[in-house]
Design a protein. Sequence first.
Length: 131
Amino acid sequence: MPDTNQISQNIKNAASQAASQVKDDASPLAADVKKMVDHLREDMTDLRRDMGDVASKWQEKGRAAAAEAGHTLKERASEQAEHLKHAWEVTRDRSRQGIERTEQTIHDHPWTSIAIAFGVGLVIGKLLDRR
């Protein structure tokens, strides 16, 4: 029967061999894991750079779109101002023509104009007198 020292020594040797075997087996695995981690770090660095590039491009596009919208708004405002100016000129010209025609009619028919003014004044007076 083997003695306890012999058994203890056998267990130590077996444990040492197992540890050595695990270490030998783990060494390539550790190297693979290290390579994977390094590759992952490189990918993360590339991703950060790419995200920065994307953000810059979107910022540039946003600025360009805002500038274009501002330009379009200025053009439309200018067009509307021209339209309003034209409408004002047409209204002013028609008003002047109406005033000139009225003055000419009064000049050509003064007694008729006086009678119409008297009749309008009478109607307005009666309407105000009802109150």
